[in-house]
Design a protein around this ligand. Structure first.
Ligand SMILES: Cc1cc2nc3c(=O)[nH]c(=O)nc-3n(C[C@H](O)[C@H](O)[C@H](O)COP(=O)(O)O)c2cc1C
Length: 219
């Protein structure tokens, strides 16, 4: 347990270690998976958690394509790799490309998280903010799925490759033009236990009442 106190001691926040707190801290991005099928009931639990995310005006802009079929999965990953190779030839580094798809190669299940624009209203001047809110909703759904995966003994990784090669993803999965593939969540039994990447201390990322007014860790 950690106590955080404002310098003037007017505020004290206690960070407890509930099951949720534990999941928040111990969940890691898993990029290597065991060659083992995942029971459908577990995958459905992960998908269902995505559905319970908050969204602006409850618009629920996420659309989730579950890719468990090995042939479709292989086709999808290969199509993304080919597109990313083209990007490499246009200047992206091979490391950047590999970072985008590395986790997808050994995952037995992929969930392609998309954003639909179907709930957008008829006011073009609002489309930019509606789009941003819709993307934020998809991100919340992805985080729900990653935490649930951890909670039920699976590992997952949020991969942003579809942002670099949306055409390939749309083509393989038959996703309409009005829907934007935002990310692929790789899912499976973890075959690695990575150390937690460093987090910035709270005083660096959170302020009290006004910008720049820092917390300090007490005790
Ligand atoms: C929007 C977003 C995009 C990400 N894209 C990738 C990715 O393309 N490939 C990858 O291996 N990890 C990706 N990650 C995972 C991050 O690298 C990871 O969350 C971060 O390094 C912290 O590690 P942790 O998740 O284990 O705490 C992404 C995470 C987010 C939130």
């Amino acid at each position: 347990m950690q106590r955080l106190r404002h310098p003037a001691a007017t505020v004290e926040v206690v960070i407890g270690m509930s099951a949720l707190g534990d999941a928040l801290r111990r969940r890691r991005s898993i990029r290597r998976f065991r060659d083992e099928p995942i029971p459908e009931s577990l995958v459905l639990q992960v998908l269902d958690a995505g559905r319970w995310a908050p969204s602006a005006g409850n618009i629920q802009s996420w659309r989730l394509v579950l890719v468990g079929d090995a042939a479709v999965r292989g086709e999808l990953v290969e199509a993304m790799v080919r597109s990313l190779e083209e990007l490499v030839s246009e200047g992206a580094t091979a490391e950047e490309a590999e970072r985008s798809v590395g986790a997808l190669r050994s995952a037995p299940v992929l969930i392609v998280a998309c954003m639909t624009k179907e709930g957008f209203g008829d006011r073009p001047d609002r489309w930019m903010s509606e789009r941003t809110m819709s993307v934020q909703g998809v991100a919340a759904a992805i985080q729900n799925m990653l935490l649930t995966a951890y909670d039920i003994g699976l590992g997952g990784c949020w991969c942003s490759a579809p942002l670099l090669c949306p055409t390939a993803v749309r083509r393989v999965l038959g996703i309409p033009q009005s829907v934007e593939p935002q990310a692929v969540v790789a899912l499976g039994r973890p075959d690695e236990a990575p150390e937690p990447p460093r987090r910035r201390p709270i005083g660096e990322v959170a302020y009290l009442n006004r910008w720049g007014n820092g917390f300090r860790v007490a005790g």
